[in-house]
Each structure stands twice: as structure tokens, then as C-alpha cells.
Design a protein around this ligand. Structure first.
Ligand code: ADP
Length: 235
């Protein structure tokens, strides 16, 4: 589904991605992990065409994405920080995105799932962080696309919403979708991810299953496995 070859990205003097090569096969939940500043968002934004790498190629469904924007119609994206227009209501925003996208949407189902009905006529600027994140999730899941990219989807969610989100992601996986996630919640990765890639200092430190990472670090739980890696590497 996604094939990344020798990707380099530098912001000024800061080399963020240093020769990333990665194949993400279609179907399943793929987690991108790494300490703060390791380049997770930069990698995701490169896949979205929002960051232009200095060198390297990205293919989606065997087609290079460079200067090609059509592929974006076939993916859903949840940004890490949703900057909504403050004066629009939730209903207006969802309606606007549906109009722009022009695809059928299952927004009603998602509004119900996340209990957003009482907030539909509220201005986005007046919502709490958690409620904004639920709106963000509705926008990210309402179109039927083969690729779903979620940058820190758990931010600010209460336990019930977290369970709903897990259910939603699993449902999409069962429908054969590819879900790319970055998160700091290790329990989420431990229970959900089919495969993980661990970024460190601009390179891929590890790619494989959660069980394989635990084995590599000789730790039984993921949090300790990652802490061991970071301590050994002095990050
Ligand atoms: P992560 O998502 O793993 O926390 P990021 O990809 O957001 O990491 O950032 C990696 C590094 O790139 C950081 O040092 C960050 O400051 C830098 N960076 C990211 N975006 C920009 C940008 N637009 N301009 C300058 N530096 C940036």
C-alpha cells in the first residue's frame, strides 16, 4: 500500500529523517513510535504531501505521490492539533467538510457514537479539548477510505470515548483498511497494533510486531521495552 524509499528531510540545519525506507502492506494497524522530536509527524506529513522531502520516494498503491494530489481523496487524516475556525458551529464544520469532499459520509453514526448531538449547534471556539477531539475524530472517520492516518488520536479522550475509538479502529481494520497511528499511549499500541515501526534519531530503529520488540529489549511490557531502548541509546 505504502512504499517509502530512502526518505531524507531536513528543516534548516535539523536533519529529521535520515534515509527512511519502509513498506506498509495493506490492511491492519500500523503504529509509528519514537521519542518526542523523532520525526513521526514529519513522516506522516510526508506521506500526506504536506511536507516535501529533500530526497527519496513515496509510492501509494504503486504510484509516486510527488506532485499528485488525487490520492488524497482516498485517505482520511486526523491531525495532531485540530485548528478549527472558532466561529463555526460543529454542524457547520462537518457540513462544510462534507461539501468540500463530495463523498458520502457516515457522520450521523459517529456523532451518536461520541455523544456529540448536544454540541452540534455550539461554536467550535467554546468546546473543551476532549469534545474538539471527538469532532476531529468524526471528520477523520466519516468517509469510507482504504487508508486512515491518525496522529495522536487518543489526546484528551475520556475512558468511554477511548473504548469507542478502539472499537471504531478495529471495525475499520476488519473492513480491510490500513490504519497508520502515532500515539504515546503504550497500552493502546500493545492491544491494537499489528506492526510497529520505532523511529530514533531520524532512522528506523526497529520494525516488527510488539512481541518482537519486547523480545529484542528482553522486557515483558511495551513501556519498559521502549524505556530500555531509550536508556541504552541515551535519548
Ligand atoms: P515527533 O512527531 O516525533 O514529535 P516531529 O516530526 O514533529 O517529531 O519533529 C521532528 C523535528 O523536526 C523536531 O525537532 C521539530 O522541531 C522539527 N520540525 C518539525 N516541523 C518543522 C518545521 N515545519 N520547521 C522546522 N522544524 C520543524
Amino acid at each position: 500500500m505504502i512504499e517509502i524509499t530512502n526518505l531524507h528531510k531536513r528543516f534548516g540545519k535539523v536533519q529529521v529523517l535520515e534515509g527512511i525506507s519502509l513498506e506498509i502492506k495493506g490492511g491492519g494497524i500500523f503504529a509509528i513510535l519514537g521519542p518526542n522530536g523523532s520525526g513521526k509527524t514529519t513522516l506522516i506529513k510526508s506521506i500526506l504531501g504536506m511536507v516535501i522531502p529533500q530526497s527519496g520516494t513515496i509510492l501509494i498503491e504503486n504510484k509516486p505521490i510527488k506532485d499528485q494530489w488525487e490520492y488524497r481523496n482516498n485517505l482520511n487524516y486526523l491531525p495532531q492539533i485540530a485548528q478549527f475556525p472558532e466561529n463555526l458551529t460543529v454542524e457547520e464544520l462537518i457540513g462544510m467538510i462534507k461539501n468540500l469532499r463530495g463523498q458520502t459520509a457516515n457522520d450521523k453514526e459517529l456523532i451518536e457514537l461520541f455523544g456529540l448531538a448536544p454540541f452540534m449547534d455550539k461554536k467550535l471556539g467554546n468546546l473543551s479539548g476532549g469534545t474538539k477531539q471527538k469532532v476531529n475524530l468524526v471528520l477523520a472517520f466519516m468517509f469510507n477510505c482504504p487508508l486512515i492516518i491518525l496522529d495522536e488520536p487518543t489526546t484528551g479522550l475520556d475512558p468511554v470515548s477511548l473504548i469507542n475509538l478502539k472499537g471504531l479502529i478495529n471495525k475499520e481494520k476488519e473492513a480491510g483498511k490500513t490504519i497508520l497511528i502515532t500515539t504515546h499511549i503504550m497500552d493502546f499500541v500493545d492491544t491494537m497494533a499489528d506492526e510497529i515501526v520505532f523511529l530514533l534519531e531520524g532512522k528506523i530503529y526497529f520494525k516488527g510486531t510488539v512481541a518482537e520488540l519486547k523480545k529484542k529489549s528482553t522486557q515483558n511490557d511495551l513501556e519498559h521495552a521502549i524505556a530500555t531502548i531509550l536508556t541504552e541509546k541515551n535519548v
